[in-house]
Design a protein around this ligand. Structure first.
Ligand SMILES: *Cc1c(COP(=O)(O)O)cnc(C)c1O
Length: 377
């Protein structure tokens, strides 16, 4: 049996006719950049994410970049985030000449550990970027409190978490700004690059719309230097189709995760300490936390050997992420040393993500668990 980490062909097969029609409509219209399709998607995403406004942009990375630009973050400023995320989160801070300040993660959720944030705040701190990693929201209430107390902006990096909820609130709706990515491997993926910024503040909405088109307002008059951060109509048209299916897909991912949880326990792997299951801390019921499992990521013993074993058995896996950002060569100048952020460092050495995409069959999941059990003997 061969199992990919993510099989987008299975998803496409189920919605092929609708997607092709949407693409064809855009081709017939010959309207490719921004325009009515992008506006329709923006409306739908704002509604979906419980915010007033949304601005479609060229990628998740650009959504982060334009958010920081809108908040006038630049040289001399510090922005707090986590070292255990995709590079883009910290890259955009550096690109604007500001300094990323890394705060260690919580070992159970892999998200920023709120009690550690306050110690990292200085008089240069302007914003916090919490990441809702792998599809689960960071513990936002304490983060929002800290931001309020110190007068800091919050940009939620919800690139991996569209549809996730924290105590009934949608990812992206809790901070000043929230960002999504439509990179094909995200839960809502386009047919190329794309992203979105969501917000409920009208001033920020207008500023980001202006920055998206070179800071131009009105046409050919520029008060601010922006960039080309435009979303194209083909992406929007396909994403409008896919958004209708998103919650159904996320539920399937949750079912797959629950199935893995159960089977890994039944195989004795959790009790024997070989595998630590990522517990959705804020459960879907009760206080309504909602993990949408962009990744199903375990902490495992002898990770690198298990990885080889899974590869030999044709099971797709990935390490998100093998080297925390504070240890990256490009951030050497920031002066972090090994041991500075031990929880992130430890996670980087033992995480492993398994296939969790919606179309996985029971046989495939059993094969994955069986292959892991076989490895630990
Ligand atoms: C994917 C991702 C991004 C960047 O999104 P792109 O659309 O690929 O530019 C940013 N942050 C996180 C956490 C991501 O996973």
């Amino acid at each position: 049996m061969r199992i990919l980490l993510l099989d987008l062909k299975a998803q496409y097969a189920a919605i092929k006719d609708e997607v092709k029609k949407a693409v064809d409509d855009v081709l017939e219209s010959q309207h490719f950049i921004l325009g009515p399709k992008v506006e329709e998607l923006e409306k739908n995403i704002a509604l979906y994410s419980q915010t007033k406004y949304a601005v479609g942009v060229s990628s998740g990375t650009d959504a982060l970049l334009v958010s920081l630009m809108a908040l006038s973050i630049g040289p001399g400023d510090e922005v707090i985030t986590t070292p255990f995320t995709f590079f883009a989160t910290a890259g955009v801070i550096s690109r604007l000449g500001a300094r990323p300040v890394f705060v260690d993660i919580d070992p159970v959720t892999y998200n920023i550990d709120p009690p550690k944030i306050e110690r990292a705040i200085t008089n240069k701190t302007k914003a916090i970027i919490p990441i809702h990693l792998f599809g689960q929201c960071a513990d936002m209430n304490p983060i929002l409190e800290i931001a309020k107390k110190h007068n800091l902006y919050i940009i939620e990096d919800a690139a991996q978490s569209i549809g996730a909820e924290y105590k009934g609130q949608k990812a992206g709706s809790m901070g000043d700004l929230g960002i999504f990515s439509f990179f094909p491997s995200k839960n809502l993926g386009g047919i190329g690059d794309g992203g979105m910024v969501v917000m409920s503040d009208k001033g920020l909405y207008e500023r980001i719309k202006m920055l998206r088109v070179h800071g131009m307002e009105p046409k050919y008059y520029h008060r601010t230097v922006g960039g080309n951060f435009r979303l194209d109509a083909l992406q929007a048209a396909v994403l409008i189709v896919k958004l209708k299916y998103l919650d159904g897909w996320s539920r399937k991912r949750q079912e797959n995760a629950a199935y893995y949880d159960k089977k890994l326990k039944e195989a004795g792997l959790v009790d024997k300490g070989f595998v630590k299951i990522p517990i959705p801390v804020y459960k879907p019921t009760g206080d309504k936390n909602y993990h949408i499992y962009n990744q199903y990521t375990l902490l495992v013993k002898d990770r690198d050997k298990l990885l080889v074993h899974l590869k030999e058995n044709a099971i797709g896996t990935e390490i998100y992420y093998p080297l925390p950002l504070h240890a990256q060569e490009c951030f050497k100048d920031l002066g972090y040393k090994k041991g500075n952020l031990p929880v992130a460092e430890e996670a980087a050495g033992s995480v492993l993500s398994l296939p969790v995409y919606p179309e996985l069959t029971a046989d495939e999941k059993d094969y994955v668990v069986g292959t892991i059990a076989e490895f630990y003997g």
